[in-house]
Design a binder for this molecule. Structure first.
Ligand code: GDP
Length: 444
């Protein structure tokens, strides 16, 4: 995700930053490249145009060009504009009403609506300790209601008993009653999807919304469908009073344009990102972190947060400290690899680590990539303790020994060393920016 956009923008900005002085023509030329990069990433044309116009105006106005670090300032302006484009603040669900608060999920068939319903329910019951009831109003797709019931069992969230033959509005009414009588905090309504946006679908959603008066109407869209996702969002947004968007399949190799356009097209915040098929693969959407990721600063905060969820809190703290200090040896890398395996493998984490992005993406693209984790662990296992703390000691002879010892190849050892090197460099960069805090301040 965002990989090629990030690379393209990185190139443009490296050139800008590399110059002491900038002219208006330099900025305009760079912005033309930014515009092409956005369009190639599938950003909707009007959104890209507005973005570039806004940034250009700011960059050539004020005193940016006459400042000491014009390139740096332009990048900062782009960063801020990206954050604004993505929606400025993170947005939690607004469920502060007399219970039950109703969350209605809408979207096309196959967008991940039912899965996301269960993911959000799991999040609400877990972290927020809410009592949640889910109900499927999908009477079109065979087994849709059963699918939600099965997911409910998996995430330990109650689902409304199925009454065969009932129509969506009646089910919604029954669900409201059940939620009230049984003291649920939140009722989640998974509405029917369709293959395409059509009027019957919209009318059904409006009828359900009239009955259930939802606090949140979340549109679920598949990020992988790019430009189509943007059109779908536009259609829904014109007809239903959405309160937010959930982008699914953010773990895939979408070019990212859907994510970047969604806010501008719907005027509503992206509240969550689906990042995998597993039922805990749902993240709050943080615009400033995503912007940081696109501009190549790496999403260290998300990474540390993810880690914190699967390892002890103090471990995460220690890791963050190490990152901030720019001390990062093979032992740390090894610990991280073990965590990655726990956190869902390389694919799930691709792009989150600064500097690791390219090496990781290349590996994640290889089938059986999680075996790579095991092999890397074996290579580190074959290093001496000294080599682990001082990887620069590893010369050609030692590489052969390590490869032999771990049943791998010298080429793989080289790859591992390169990856470590890239991560260490990235972390030093973060340190230069004043550690994690400084980085956030700069982004913010
Ligand atoms: P619905 O028809 O909109 O209700 O779609 P489903 O919830 O049945 O999801 C369709 C498929 O997409 C299922 O196989 C899900 O596991 C998968 N899916 C949903 N969300 C994500 C996601 O964020 N990432 C990935 N990789 N798969 C997802």
């Amino acid at each position: 995700m965002f990989e090629s956009l990030s690379d393209r923008l990185g190139g443009v900005f490296d050139r800008l930053r590399g110059r002491g002085a900038l002219t208006e023509a330099d900025v305009r030329a760079a912005m033309r490249e930014v515009r092409v990069a956005l369009l190639e990433a599938d950003v909707a044309l009007p959104v890209a145009r507005q973005f570039v116009d806004g940034v250009t105006e700011q960059a050539i106005g004020q005193n940016v060009l006459r400042s000491v670090t014009p390139g740096q300032q332009v990048v900062k302006i782009v960063n801020d504009a990206l954050v604004a484009m993505l929606g400025a603040d993170e947005s939690e669900l607004l469920l502060d009403v007399t219970p039950p608060a109703v969350v209605m999920m809408v979207g096309l068939q196959g967008s991940g609506k039912t899965t996301t319903t269960a993911k959000i329910a799991k999040r609400l019951t877990g972290r927020e300790r809410k009592k949640v009831l889910m109900a499927s109003l999908d009477v079109n797709r065979p087994n849709a209601q059963e699918q939600l019931a099965t997911l409910g069992t998996q995430v330990e969230v109650a689902t409304l008993p199925i009454v065969p033959g009932q129509q969506p509005v009646e089910i919604a009414r029954r669900a409201m009653q059940a939620a009230k009588l049984q003291g649920y905090d939140v009722l989640m309504l998974d509405t029917a999807g369709r293959l395409h946006v059509d009027q019957a679908l919209m009318d059904e959603m409006k009828a359900v919304a009239d009955i259930a008066r939802p606090q949140e109407i979340l549109l679920v869209v598949d990020a992988l469908t790019g430009q189509d996702a943007v059109n779908v969002a536009q259609n829904f947004s014109d007809q239903v009073p959405l309160t937010g968007v959930v982008l699914t399949r953010m773990d895939g190799d979408a070019r990212g344009g859907a994510a970047l356009s969604m806010r501008a097209v719907t005027g509503k915040p992206i509240k969550f990102a689906g990042t995998g098929e597993k039922l805990d693969a749902l993240e709050a959407f943080h615009p400033e972190r995503v912007a940081g990721r696109i501009l190549g600063m790496g999403d260290v905060v998300s990474l540390v947060e993810r880690a914190a969820e699967s390892i002890q809190a103090e471990d995460a703290e220690r890791m963050a400290m190490k990152m901030a200090k720019g001390q990062f040896d093979m032992n740390d890398l090894r610990a991280q690899l073990a965590q990655m395996a726990r956190m869902g493998g390389l694919g799930a984490l691709a792009g989150m680590m600064p500097g690791m992005k390219k090496a990781q993406a290349a590996m994640a693209a290889t089938p059986g990539s999680d075996k790579v984790l095991v092999r890397m662990d074996a290579m580190i296992g074959s290093m001496t303790p000294k080599e682990r703390t001082k990887p620069e000691l590893i010369n050609a002879k030692r590489k052969i020994r390590i490869a032999k010892g771990s049943g791998t190849t010298v080429q793989e050892v080289n790859k591992l060393l390169k990856m470590h090197q890239e991560m260490a460099t990235a972390m030093k960069k973060i340190k230069k920016m004043g550690g994690l805090k400084g980085m956030m301040a700069m982004l913010g």
